[in-house]
Design a protein around this ligand. Structure first.
Ligand SMILES: Cc1cc2nc3c(=O)[nH]c(=O)nc-3n(C[C@H](O)[C@H](O)[C@H](O)COP(=O)(O)OP(=O)(O)OC[C@H]3O[C@@H](n4cnc5c(N)ncnc54)[C@H](O)[C@@H]3O)c2cc1C
Length: 468
C-alpha cells in the first residue's frame, strides 16, 4: 500500500475519539514510529467534545476501580438476552485499566457512596470537572504527539473504500462548504448516535420524536452520520433503534443537564393533574429513563413533580433536583396548582386520593422501604408518605433526550462487523455510535465504554500495523 495522508482518521473528538487517538499514538511510538492521525470534529474548537463535554460522567465503579459486578447480569436481563454479552464482559474486565489511564493523564476521580436508595449500592465515582475535564486532559496529552492533528469544523460525509472494500479514507466537508478526501490506512468512527438529527429520530424512534428537548448543546452535532456512512459501506447494526435514553429535566430552564431525578420521593402528575406512573417501583437511577420515556411518549411532554416539607428536610434527596431555578411553592395544593397552570380541584383530588391510600411503615429514602400507596391506579410501591406538610413545592418537567440506543455492530476489538458477519477491513467504531442497549440502559457506563473501546480501537489498529 502506498503512503497515505494519515495512518488513522478518527471521526469525533469526544471520549471515544480522543481515547483512540491516545492509544494509537502511544503504541505507535512504543514501536519506534510517530503516528500521523487526523481527528475530525464538526464543532468549532470552543464547543468540541460532543456529549462528553457536558456530562458529570458518573461511573458505576466502586472498590478497586471495578465496574459494579451486577452490571453484566443487568444488561442480559433488561435486554432480554439481546445484548452482546462478550462485549459487556470485556468492558467489565477492562474498566480498571481505563480508570488507570484517566489517573495517568491527570484526571482526579472522586468516589461517592449513596445516601438515598440507588441501584448503584456499591458506590460511584466521577471526574472532578466532569466529562469536560476528561476532554481537556486527553487533548493535552495528545498534544505531546506532533503527528496528531485535530481538524475543527470539519464534518465527515462519507467513507472512502478501495476496490476490494477496505476502508481507506474519509470524505470531509469544511466550513467553506468544499469537500476533500483524507486518505488513511484505517478509520475510527467515534461520532456519537443520531440524537441531533430530527429526521433520523422520526424515522427510527417515531412520531413526535421532534418534541424531545436536547439535554445539552453538544449532542446537536451527533447527527448519525457515522451510522449512515458505515451502513452504506456494508456495516451491520445493533441496539434498539426505536429506543432512547431520556431524562426528566426542569421545563423552565435552558441550562444543560437540569435533571430532576428524585421523582421516587414525591408524586408526578401529568397536565390533567393525574398520576400516571408508579414512582416508587424502582430506585431513581433504575427508573429515571423509563418515567422520562413515558412523559414523552404518552403524556404530551408535560409533567410536574410534587413534594412537601418532608423531603425538603432531607439534603441528600434535595441534591437530586439539579436545576438552577427554585421550585414553585405554595401553602396549599390548590395554590400550587394555580401557579402551575393545573386545575386546582383535579390536583387536590389526586393528592387526597393518594394520601388516603398510603399504608403503614416508616419512610426511609435510603432503602426500598415498602411504604406503599395501594388500592389506587397506579400504586406507589415504595417511599409513599402523605403530602400534608406545607409548604408544598413543584418542578414543571419535560423529557430531554441524552442518546440513542441504535448503532453499529462491532466486535470486542471495536472492529465494525459487516452484514456478512465478518470485520470490515480498516473500519473501527467506539462510543455511543455502537449499538448495545435494548429496552433500558443500566446507567453510568457510557463514558467509560467510550473510553474503553476507543482505546481498544486505537490499540488494535496500531497492532494491525496501519502505520507506514
Ligand atoms: C448531559 C449528559 C449527561 C450524561 N451523563 C452521563 C453519566 O453520568 N455517565 C455516563 O457514563 N454517561 C453519561 N452521558 C452519556 C455520555 O456522555 C456519552 O454516551 C459519551 O460521552 C459518548 O462519548 P462519544 O465519544 O461516543 O460521543 P461524543 O462525546 O458525543 O463525541 C462525538 C463527537 O463527534 C462529533 N461528530 C459528530 N458527527 C460528526 C461528523 N460527521 N464529523 C465530525 N465530527 C462529528 C461531535 O461533534 C462530537 O464531538 C451523559 C450525556 C449527556 C449529554
Amino acid at each position: 500500500m502506498g503512503r497515505s495522508d494519515y495512518d488513522l482518521v478518527i471521526v469525533g473528538c469526544g471520549a471515544a475519539g480522543l481515547s483512540a487517538a491516545l492509544s494509537f499514538a502511544t503504541e505507535t511510538r512504543a514501536a519506534g514510529q510517530e503516528a500521523r492521525i487526523a481527528v475530525l470534529e464538526s464543532a468549532p474548537e470552543a464547543a468540541r467534545g460532543g456529549a462528553t463535554r457536558w456530562t458529570m460522567a458518573t461511573f458505576r465503579v466502586g472498590a478497586k476501580d471495578r465496574l459494579d459486578p451486577t452490571w453484566v447480569g443487568k444488561m442480559e436481563e433488561v435486554s432480554k438476552g439481546l445484548t452482546d454479552l462478550d462485549y459487556c464482559k470485556v468492558f467489565e474486565r477492562e474498566v480498571p485499566t481505563t480508570i488507570g489511564v484517566l489517573r495517568d493523564i491527570g484526571v482526579e476521580l472522586i468516589a461517592t457512596q449513596p445516601q438515598v436508595a440507588l441501584e448503584l449500592t456499591g458506590g460511584t465515582m466521577a471526574p472532578n470537572g466532569g466529562g469536560h475535564a476528561i476532554i481537556e486532559a486527553l487533548a493535552a496529552r495528545i498534544a505531546s504527539y506532533p503527528g496528531v492533528e485535530i481538524h475543527y469544523e470539519t464534518e465527515a460525509m462519507d467513507l472512502v473504500q478501495a476496490e476490494d472494500g477496505r476502508v481507506c479514507g474519509v470524505r470531509v466537508r469544511g466550513r467553506d462548504g468544499l469537500q476533500r478526501t483524507l486518505n488513511a490506512r484505517a478509520v475510527v468512527l467515534a461520532c456519537g448516535g443520531f440524537e441531533g438529527d430530527k429526521a433520523m429520530l422520526t424515522q427510527y424512534v417515531g412520531p413526535t420524536a421532534c418534541d424531545l428537548k436536547h439535554i445539552a448543546p453538544g449532542i446537536a452535532y451527533n447527527k448519525g452520520a457515522g451510522i449512515r456512512m458505515a451502513m452504506k459501506a456494508g456495516a451491520d447494526t445493533a441496539g434498539q433503534f426505536d429506543m432512547i435514553h431520556a431524562e426528566l429535566v426542569d421545563r423552565r430552564t435552558s441550562r444543560a443537564d437540569a435533571v430532576i431525578y428524585a421523582h421516587t420521593y414525591g408524586i408526578v402528575v401529568n397536565g390533567e393533574a393525574q398520576r400516571f406512573y408508579d414512582e416508587g417501583q424502582k430506585t431513581l437511577d433504575a427508573s429515571f429513563e423509563l418515567i422520562a420515556y413515558e412523559v414523552w411518549r404518552n403524556q404530551q411532554q408535560t409533567a410536574f413533580f410534587i413534594g412537601d416539607q418532608t423531603i425538603r428536610d432531607l439534603p441528600a434527596v434535595m441534591g437530586y433536583f439539579d436545576t438552577d431555578l427554585p421550585p414553585v411553592e405554595a401553602d396549599t395544593i390548590g395554590d400550587l396548582a394555580e401557579q402551575l397552570g393545573l386545575d386546582p380541584d383535579a390536583l387536590e383530588a389526586t393528592v387526597e386520593t393518594y394520601n388516603a391510600a398510603v399504608g403503614p411503615g416508616i419512610f426511609d429514602p435510603a432503602r426500598y422501604d415498602g411504604k406503599a400507596a395501594t388500592g389506587i391506579v397506579p400504586p406507589k410501591s415504595n417511599w409513599a408518605y402523605p403530602l400534608v406538610a406545607p409548604p408544598f413545592f413543584a418542578f414543571p418537567l419535560t423529557a430531554a433526550i441524552t442518546f440513542t440506543f441504535g448503532g453499529l455492530k462491532t466486535d470486542v476489538d471495536a472492529q465494525v462487523i459487516g452484514t456478512n458477519g465478518h470485520p470490515m477491513p480498516g473500519l473501527y467504531a467506539a462510543g455511543e455510535i455502537v449499538g448495545l442497549f435494548y429496552h433500558d440502559y443500566p446507567s453510568a457506563t457510557s463514558v467509560l465504554k467510550a473510553l474503553t473501546f476507543g482505546r481498544r480501537a486505537g490499540s488494535h489498529a496500531a497492532r494491525a500495523g496501519v502505520t507506514g
